[in-house]
Write a protein that binds this ligand. Sequence first.
Ligand code: ZN
Length: 107
Amino acid sequence: MGTLTTTIPPPRYDHVYRGPVMERLVSAGEMAQFCGGVDEACATLRHGTCYIYYSQKRLPALTALIRRHEMGHCNGWPGSHPDARTVTRYEWGKQKKPKHGVLLELE
Ligand SMILES: [Zn+2]
């Protein structure tokens, strides 16, 4: 069993972006170009469109949460991540796996 951790925005930024969203899985080189090469993912808002870039090296199990994180930035959540909520995803062994597959715990 392992645990994976990421952060999601505070409630006021934690909603689907109300505009076009473009999502792309990119190589390490493209991550450097679009995201400064540091993160698992990043988002930019350009001309009202929310662009989200995901590194091919991101943890697939966290993709949905990473999307919420990045969409939060398109909704105006500052890059310094004020009021970030930490989410821990517990991965259970097969026998103990709950129906929904995950258990989310908000701080
Ligand atoms: Zn962020």
